[in-house]
Design a protein around this ligand. Structure first.
Ligand code: GSH
Length: 230
């Protein structure tokens, strides 16, 4: 039975799962959504991407999907066999998904020039008929999400200072590497951070690119993971 990843790699969560599948050398097909309605169709449970068809089941949420992939094909493992390190990996994954993600979202949707570029990027691969809907709805929808999450209320200079502190923390956690918490193999934490750093390091958000570019350690980390999962 074919393994199908539903979602577009512009999403850091889809990228995270895509790289996880590549790391485990699991053959899969990718189905990109053709509009917002496809998200709910592909993932009736949460309406978000990614979703994955695995073993006749439709899975949702990048964290749950990677966990299922680790059971489906245990090698290479996505968690350390050392429980304290595995706990840190799970926490870093969750922080990247639930916190770092929102820095990328605010930079995309709260700065008008970036929003214009983001809409252009998203619409590029969508049928012309859904583009006006995206242009109209997406900025409002995401603005309400970033305000509810909280980061969307911060002045931009404060947001960028906080982002810089977090990236400096990541450099500390990476240490001598090659992966987070000094492991020799990438884990769920590395996949999640990789997805979010790629989301920040994007031509649509020059501020995010500059923030990541300041830390050569993070760029080298991304290059390492990219080479193993490309
Ligand atoms: N916790 C989820 C987050 C997924 C997520 O937020 N995906 C975004 C794209 S980056 C999405 O589908 N958004 C559409 C929506 O919120 O309706 C995961 O890890 O898969």
């Amino acid at each position: 039975m074919a393994i199908i990843l539903y979602g577009n790699r512009l999403s850091p969560f889809v990228e995270k799962v895509h790289r996880g599948l590549m790391l485990k050398q699991i053959p899969f097909q990718q189905h990109e959504p053709h509009g917002p309605f496809d998200l709910r169709r592909n993932n009736p449970t949460t309406g978000k991407m990614p979703a994955l068809d695995l073993d006749g089941q439709r899975l949702f949420d990048s964290t749950l999907i990677l966990r299922a992939l680790d059971e489906f094909k245990p090698e290479p493992p996505l968690l350390s066999p050392d429980p304290p390190i595995a706990a840190q990996q799970r926490l870093l994954e969750d922080w990247a998904d639930e916190s770092l993600y929102w820095y990328g979202m605010v930079l995309r949707w709260n700065i008008p020039a970036n929003t214009t570029r983001t809409i252009k990027l998203i619409c590029k691969d969508l049928p012309p008929v859904v583009r006006p809907l995206i242009k109209l709805m997406a900025p409002r929808f995401v603005a309400s999400q970033t305000r509810a999450q909280g980061l969307g209320r911060l002045p931009l200079n404060v947001l960028l200072q906080e982002l810089d502190r977090h990236l400096a923390n990541l450099v500390q956690l990476l240490g001598d590497g090659p992966f987070f918490f000094s492991t020799s193999q990438p884990s769920i934490a590395d996949l999640a951070v990789f997805g979010q750093l790629g989301f920040l390091y994007s031509p649509v958000t020059p501020e995010g690119t500059a923030a990541v570019e300041k830390y050569s350690e993070l760029l080298e980390f991304c290059q390492r993971l990219d080479a193993m999962t490309d």
